[in-house]
Every structure is written in C-alpha cells, then in structure tokens.
Ligand binder design. Structure first.
Ligand code: AMP
Length: 194
C-alpha cells in the first residue's frame, strides 16, 4: 500500500525545497515535484515536453490529462511506499480527478494534504529574489508570470481547502518561518502518520 502526502503552496512558498529536504532525511520516502517533472520533460526535448512548455512558460496549468497521468505514473513507479508529491492539485478538476482515481485504486491511500501558507508579499519577494539569482532563476520567475501563477493558485484554493478539510485531511503549516522549523514540522507530521 502506497501512502501519499500532497504538498500545496503558492509559488515561492518553499514547498519543493521543504519536500526535497524531508526526502533527503529518509531513504524510505520518495518525493516528486510536479513542476520539476514538467521541467524535466521540457528539457528532454520530447513532443510532449514542447506541449508542456507552451503552458509552463506562461505560468498556465498544463492540461488535466497530462497532469493526472504524470502524478499517477510517478506514484506507481515510486520506489518507496511513502510518496510526497508537491504541486498537486492546482484546480477543482485535478482534485476531483485524483479523488476518483484514489477511490478505484486500493493500493494508494491519501494520508494528508499539507498546505504551506505564505502571504502574497512573501511569495512575491521570494520568487522575484530567485529571478535575480542566475544560479536558481527559472524562466517563469518574472513579475508578470508570477502574478498569473499566483492567481491560478489562489482562485481554487478555498474550494480545495474545504474539500480536504471535510475529509479531515488538510494540515496548514506556516511557511514564513525558517526552513529548518518548517521542514521539522512537516517531517513530524509525516512520521506520525506512516
Ligand atoms: P512550480 O514548480 O510548482 O512553481 O510549477 C511550475 C509550473 O509547472 C506551473 O506554473 C505550471 O505551469 C506547471 N504545473 C506544476 N504543477 C502543475 C499541476 N498540478 N497542474 C498543472 N500545471 C502544473
């Protein structure tokens, strides 16, 4: 049985960094970031990568069929039974599609959805700070695309929060503290549920 944890958060919330650090601490945990998986597909030069790029480069969501297939394949192929995916779901449709998949897949259980909460101001500062750093800069880290990514994150958020709260699966984590404190808190939560 695979135990799935989802991490959601605004662009710049630190969700991918947090999850990477947790997976680094435990050889029994596998982590995937939807954004990283899409960037890898783009970098591979495949046709699918070119389609994905036409969405990611504008800060738009890649189509639902690509998004769900990407995470389902990742979960299935994960070498460990504890799987953290950050960056999913990002819409009601993605949430409902995953819910349907989980209902018919007895080998995967959604254990918790962790929301890394940061204010829009902090998120913006972090992303635009990253944009100014040539080593970590991403092509979608500029003010205009950031605003689009932020809006696409915020629009469905309430509905996503309500859905997982009603299932008693949502945990909100204050993402404005030091990375160490945030990572420890998420790690403790995961360890207490596996
Ligand atoms: P991130 O690395 O989480 O900031 O994601 C970078 C970009 O990848 C996003 O702006 C979207 O274009 C795309 N992306 C990431 N996750 C998803 C998802 N669950 N559904 C659709 N597109 C996504």
């Amino acid at each position: 049985m695979k135990k799935l944890f989802l991490i959601i958060g605004a662009p710049g919330s630190g969700k991918t960094t947090d999850a990477q650090l947790i997976a680094k601490k435990h050889t029994t945990i596998t982590h995937y970031s939807t954004g990283d998986m899409f960037r890898a597909e783009i970098a591979s030069g495949s046709e699918r990568g070119a389609i994905i790029d036409s969405f990611v480069s504008k800060g738009n969501l890649v189509p639902i069929d690509i998004a769900i297939e990407t995470i389902v394949t990742a979960i299935k192929n994960a070498p460990n039974n504890v799987v953290i995916i950050d960056g999913y779901p990002r819409s009601d449709e993605q949430m409902n599609t995953l819910d349907k998949y989980l209902k018919q897949e007895s080998e995967v259980s959604l254990i918790n959805v962790i929301e890394v909460v940061v204010s829009k101001e902090i998120a913006c500062q972090r992303v635009l700070g990253r944009a100014a750093d040539a080593v970590v800069a991403r092509s979608d880290d500029n003010a205009e695309i950031f605003n689009n990514r932020m809006k696409l994150y915020t629009d469905p958020l309430k509905s996503i929060q309500e859905f997982y709260t009603s299932k008693n699966l949502l945990t909100q984590i204050n993402g404005e503290r030091t990375i160490e404190i945030i990572v420890n808190e998420i790690d403790e939560l995961i360890q207490s549920r596996i």
